[in-house]
Design a protein around this ligand. Structure first.
Ligand SMILES: C[S@@+](CC[C@H](N)C(=O)[O-])C[C@H]1O[C@@H](n2cnc3c(N)ncnc32)[C@H](O)[C@@H]1O
Length: 238
């Protein structure tokens, strides 16, 4: 049976989010045209890496530890982490190009050098990441998909969690923030199935953000709309 594939060789992966929103401002177009290439972690997309040759993590940040932010939105948490931890290299993935443009604006102002950006689906990055390459991962306010029939689109499903587990180092931390109680339920069910161990003491522990937490645009919106943040910490066993 032939596998269902894109002409570039990429598997068809359902992506239900948005790639592009309102018009992009001229300044943001400039960031995308002039800054993005230099921030690439390496050949990730199928059209430029059809054989899915693995990246060399040591070459990306000169052997620094690597942290990954999945779906960075406007990039406020990602840039703040890069500023706070100059000894770490951070990779952010985000397919929504308006968000990528916002991040690039913030990078120009912050002048950080320990940050790389994959303007696309994190699953494409997982394909080309060797095992045990990443020391920490952040999933801040993943798309909620509130309807029951859409729960399988959520990030906290085996399709995403299994490759995430593989690319994390033994002992690595995986943080999840969400404002949706049913997302907490699915996270507590699915993340341990992929091999992670929950570290947050339930139920009260999930009301307290991490010491170095930086609130995001989505969290601010959730607070305005009177939804409660939940913070969960998992670890890949050492
Ligand atoms: C609700 S938004 C939250 C954005 C940001 N983390 C925040 O807290 O403001 C979820 C983000 O995840 C991104 N996303 C969804 N699926 C993704 C995937 N497979 N890989 C990377 N990012 C993804 C979406 O494009 C969207 O920007």
């Amino acid at each position: 049976m032939t596998e269902d594939r894109h002409p570039s060789g990429a598997p068809w992966r359902n992506f239900y989010g948005r790639f592009r929103g309102k018009t992009i401002r001229a300044s943001q177009k400039d960031y995308l045209e002039n800054d993005l290439d230099a921030l690439s972690p390496g050949p990730i997309d199928w059209d430029i890496n059809p054989d899915r040759v693995k990246l060399d993590p040591a070459a990306i940040f000169d052997s620094k530890d690597i942290w990954l932010e999945i779906g960075f939105g406007g990039g406020e948490h990602l840039v703040a982490m890069a500023e706070r931890y100059p000894e770490i290299g951070l990779i952010g993935c985000e397919p929504f190009i308006n968000g990528v443009a916002m991040l690039l604006g913030k990078i120009r102002k912050a002048d950080v050098e320990n940050l790389k950006v994959h303007p696309g689906d994190v699953r494409d990055l997982f394909d080309v990441m060797p095992d045990a390459a990443i020391s920490k991962a952040f999933l801040n306010y993943p798309d909620p998909w509130p309807k029951a029939r859409h729960h399988r689109r959520r990030f906290v499903t085996a399709e995403h969690l299994e490759p995430l587990f593989r690319v994390l180092k033994p002992g690595a931390e995986f943080r999840v923030a969400t404002d949706i109680p049913d997302y907490v339920r699915q996270t507590l069910e699915e993340v341990p199935k992929a091999g992670f161990v929950l570290e947050t003491a339930l139920p009260d522990g999930m009301n307290t953000p991490w010491d170095d937490w930086v609130s995001t645009r989505y969290e601010q919106k959730a607070l305005r709309e009177e939804r409660d943040p939940h913070y969960l910490t998992f670890r890949k066993p050492a």
